[in-house]
Design a binder for this molecule. Structure first.
Ligand SMILES: Nc1ncnc2c1ncn2[C@@H]1O[C@H](COP(=O)(O)OP(=O)(O)OP(=O)(O)O)[C@@H](O)[C@H]1O
Ligand SMILES: [Mg+2]
Length: 359
């Protein structure tokens, strides 16, 4: 898995026994090489010679994915021939399901060649073809591993935040709530040079500004749209942020105040969504890199008035959940189990997700 933060690749080796719950065997993460990261960020908007650049970036990504696979095999002492399939999400550079497409840069054929393992890729397209958002795709997996006897939400804080709402005896629901780290990383990098605000320490040195928060949250129509919905860097990008900050020039806000307000935007948009669409949940399990941001998690807990716990409390490390989900989606593809859920994506019907590239 390499998500919208473009920070790196998270990989897991997982087992799916017939009569027991999915098991995490090994995990690893590799940082995204800076030049590849710059290229992916650039490919998020129109530019010169995009097709050839996207193909080359896909090949580079496949080499990085293959390296992650080799590490997992070495760690676990398992050989490639024992692995049924790799689920490889690819790097999203455009997401516009309304217009009928979503684009993940990837090179699954090369990955199959490099690893000698079947590769399942292109998970989102089939759901989009059935009129769905193609995202989020993780709720079916969340249901398989995190369901309990009371209503709960799973909150993934990646580049974008997405929630899954699990209620006993009901189809899971799920949708994107808005930016999680994408704007926090962008502002932090531009102002301090650091790739992210470790533990939210910089945000904690500023003060969240209610007027700016309102301009970011209340003036953006996307937040008020009812689910099913999904988003990405297509909307929440530098242009979006700078447009809004321009109105606050000369108001005395410091760069740290802006960081604190962006943190509040993540927390408040999650709060708004859960209050509206899941008022009965009793706790929240949080995962993704944002779960390592103590300041953000504390703000979420304060705003929600509910226990907010990391998924590591129920034995899945926060950085492994997304990768585990795509391993599960690959398993679902092989089993021909429909994992595209109309209750989440709004598709006309369930679909079997992904396409397989045999080794
Ligand atoms: N210690 C930390 N403190 C604060 N933020 C952190 C920390 N560790 C990671 N992060 C944040 O988490 C981000 C990476 O999270 P993650 O890998 O879950 O996102 P992603 O790649 O966009 O994934 P996806 O799209 O699959 O949800 C980093 O870019 C950073 O913003
Ligand atoms: Mg990541």
């Amino acid at each position: 898995m390499s998500g919208t933060s473009t920070d790196g690749v998270d990989a897991v080796l997982a087992a799916f026994p017939q009569s027991a719950s999915p098991q995490l065997v090994a995990q690893t993460s590799l940082p995204m090489p800076p030049a590849l990261r710059t290229e992916f960020l650039s490919l998020n908007s129109a530019g010169d010679n995009e097709l050839a650049r996207a193909a080359r970036a896909g090949n580079e990504l496949a080499h990085l994915y293959a390296q992650a696979c080799r590490l997992l095999l070495a760690k676990s002492g398992i050989s490639a021939s024992e692995v049924r399939a790799i689920g490889a999400h690819g790097q999203t550079v455009r997401h516009d399901p309304q217009t009928g497409y979503t684009i993940q840069i990837n090179a699954p054929a090369l990955l199959a060649e490099l690893t000698e393992i079947d590769v399942v890729a292109d998970f989102r397209a089939r759901d989009v073809a059935a009129g769905g958002q193609g995202a989020p795709l993780v709720p079916a997996f969340h249901q398989a591993v995190f369901s309990t006897h009371y209503p709960r939400a799973i909150l993934n804080l990646g580049g974008i935040a997405n929630v899954t709402i699990l209620e006993p005896d009901r189809e899971p629901r799920g949708f994107d709530t808005g930016p999680a780290n994408v704007l926090l990383d962008l502002w932090c990098h531009e102002q301090t040079g650091a790739l992210f605000d470790a533990d939210g320490a910089w945000a904690a040195s500023g003060r969240s500004d209610p007027a700016l928060l309102s301009a970011l949250l209340d003036d953006e129509p996307w937040f008020a749209v009812a689910p099913p919905k999904s988003t990405g860097r297509d909307l929440f990008n530098r242009h979006w942020l700078m447009n809004r900050l321009a109105r606050f020039q000369g108001t005395g806000l410091t760069a740290a105040d802006i960081q604190a307000t962006l943190q509040s935007l993540t927390a408040a948009s999650v709060q708004q969504a859960l209050t509206r669409y899941a008022p009965n949940i009793e706790d929240v399990l949080v995962c993704g890199g944002g779960a390592l941001n103590g300041g953000l998690v504390k703000e979420l807990e304060l705003r929600l008035g509910l226990p907010v716990r990391p998924t590591s409390d129920v034995n899945i490390p926060v950085q492994s959940v997304e990768a585990f989900a795509f391993a599960w989606l690959a398993w679902a593809h092989i089993e021909r189990k429909p994992a595209g859920l109309p209750s989440v994506t709004g598709a006309r019907h369930t679909t079997i997700l992904g396409a397989c590239y045999p080794a």
